[in-house]
Design a binder for this molecule. Structure first.
Ligand code: GLN
Length: 542
């Protein structure tokens, strides 16, 4: 029997609901229970796939090819449970489902309304495919009080009523600000937020109070009294120095105990948080540090590369070093010499990206790394740029480019349809909707024996997640290999290059997929572990 935990947020946005949900998931697992996490997003986009990373941060991709909210990345990193297509839904998708049903005549001529039709569709989504897990944690995006999230809140209210309190719990995350002029913590915003929620028929069972200092007992008592929540169920959620500290911190404040108490569930054997302590211990006491330059386009908004910066951190955890990130806007290299920006770094990473702007600067970064023997990690677009760089500057194909940037006589990167006509496997096309023309989700890759990546992965074939439209053109394999670039990973049919490397470079690897999406703190991705290892070697040289 699955129990449902609904997580809402109030007062302000960006309180870290996603992290809070992920951390609770990890705590319940540490108590021996199984979990699945889900997110409801109130915006009207059908999925975040076409949203700018500046607006919404990274698009997280699941094995089954869903383009989802970045919070699903936190869920996976904290619980290790792979997310699925059905674990993220937006108002846009709910409405398109309801409207499609209406067009099909499913409502038999009835008037289609938010209640019950939209709320029913939401409830179906929340419960879809659930059954084997002990807990489903369902996070509601946005802030209580937003017009947009009203149908979601109404749906969880109904569901809470249908399931009863023994199978549902409402958790609400709020902020307790410290007003320095008064020298006081203020509980009023929390009271108002809970009042708003109550007005919608939802009484929270657990309150998570985000706060930057200790919560005095008197304030905790006051919140409990005014918000009608037991005092022990008012959990102070203090700022911590690492996100991986969060499960430990919440446990210390009694979160898992309160949740299990609510459901009248046994506490089980002692909670085992050793893996979290181990990670936090390593983060706190690094034995050295390395600096990695991340040369990208959306560098002003760190959330645009969330999984990437986490994965680099995991590589640091695996090697006991702190990883400092130098975020560099690649366009700089189109105006200024790269040397001054890259001379001191121990590794260069060019992440995924779209569009021509800044691409020349990324090609420059790849050239610098190749010529100067600096460790280079090219992810997706970063691999494509490294291949163009090799074609232009090593193989002498001066006009080599990607068809993503317009027509070129030498499409070393392009849509596969541009060189294989009538291939039935190939469904992407230049004219398809932007939202539907990508290679998305997990695909297998066969590794070339004896290559560097073969040693790193230590297995003959792998599966990694993709999100891209263009491919490295197999027709240029021979000429690129002659120039010294080895094709070290291919799709099983041998048509799509998945990994490239320079055998005679200290560490230069390009991958067409996104390894950062599968890295976890307690299971760092081997490519990131190896890249940071190479950066440590480099740091001894510079
Ligand atoms: N723009 C490139 C493509 O569509 C790379 C995408 C990416 O880096 N995720 O193939």
């Amino acid at each position: 029997m699955t129990r449902f935990i609904f997580i809402t947020g109030g007062v302000v946005s960006s309180l870290g609901k996603g992290l809070c949900s992920a951390a609770l998931g990890a705590l319940l697992q540490a108590r021996g229970y199984t979990v699945r996490l889900r997110k409801l997003d109130p915006y009207l986009n059908v999925d975040p796939g076409t949203m700018s990373p500046y607006q919404h941060g990274e698009v997280y991709v699941t094995d089954d090819g869903a383009e989802t909210d970045l919070d699903l990345g936190h869920y996976e990193r904290f619980t290790g449970v792979p997310s699925r297509q059905g674990d993220n839904v937006t108002t846009g998708r709910i409405y398109s489902t309801v409207i499609a049903r209406e067009r099909r005549g499913d409502y038999l001529g009835g008037t289609v309304q938010v209640i019950p039709h939209v709320t029913d569709a939401i409830k179906e989504f929340i419960q879809d495919g659930v059954g084997s897990e002990d807990f489903l944690l369902c996070e509601i995006g946005g802030t209580v009080g937003d017009i947009e999230s009203l149908p979601f809140l109404e749906a969880i209210r109904q569901l809470g009523n249908e399931l009863g309190s023994e199978r549902s719990l409402f958790m609400h995350l709020t902020l307790i600000p410290y007003i320095s002029a008064a020298g006081e913590l203020k509980t009023k915003p929390t009271q108002h937020s809970v009042k708003e929620l109550l007005g919608l028929g939802i009484q929270p069972d657990v309150l998570m109070a985000r706060i930057d200092r200790e919560l005095p007992t008197s304030d905790r008592r006051k919140i409990a009294l005014f918000c009608n929540v037991r005092e022990e169920a008012v959990i102070p959620a203090m700022d911590v120095d690492s996100i991986y500290q969060v499960p430990i911190a919440y446990h210390e404040q009694g979160l898992d105990v309160q949740v299990l108490k609510h459901f009248k569930l046994p506490m089980g054997p002692d909670i085992d948080l050793s893996r979290w302590h181990e990670i936090v211990g390593r983060i706190r006491k690094p034995e050295g540090e390395v600096t990695i330059a991340v040369v990208g386009k959306y560098v002003q908004l760190k959330d645009a590369y969330k999984s990437l910066s986490e994965a680099l951190g995991h590589g640091g955890i695996a090697n006991n070093v702190r990883v400092n990130l130098d975020w560099i806007d690649s366009e700089i290299f189109e105006r200024e010499d790269a040397v001054q920006y890259l001379e001191h770094v121990h590794g260069i990473l060019v992440p995924g990206g779209f569009g021509e702007r800044g691409s020349q600067g990324k090609i420059e970064a790849a050239r610098f790394a190749r010529e100067r023997d600096v460790p280079y990690f090219g992810i997706c677009f970063g691999m494509q740029m490294a291949v163009i760089e090799a074609a232009r500057n090593v193989a002498g194909i001066k006009k080599a480019s990607s068809t993503e940037f317009g027509d070129t006589p030498d499409p070393v990167v392009g849509l596969m349809t541009e060189w294989i006509q009538g291939n039935e496997v190939q469904k992407r096309s230049a004219t398809a909707d932007k939202g539907g023309s990508m290679r998305l989700g997990a695909f297998p890759c066969v590794i070339t024996p004896g290559s560097r990546v073969a040693a790193i992965y230590n297995q003959p074939s792998i599966s990694e997640r993709h999100r891209h439209r263009y491919e490295v053109n197999i027709n240029y394999k021979a000429v690129l290999e002659k120039a010294g670039m080895r094709f070290s990973g291919m799709s099983p049919d041998g048509v799509l290059p998945e990994m490239v490397e320079y055998p005679d470079h200290p560490w230069f690897i390009g991958v067409q997929f996104h390894p950062e999406l599968k890295s976890k703190p307690f299971e760092p991705h081997p490519l990131f572990t190896s890249f940071i290892e190479a950066a440590i070697r480099q740091s001894r040289l510079v």
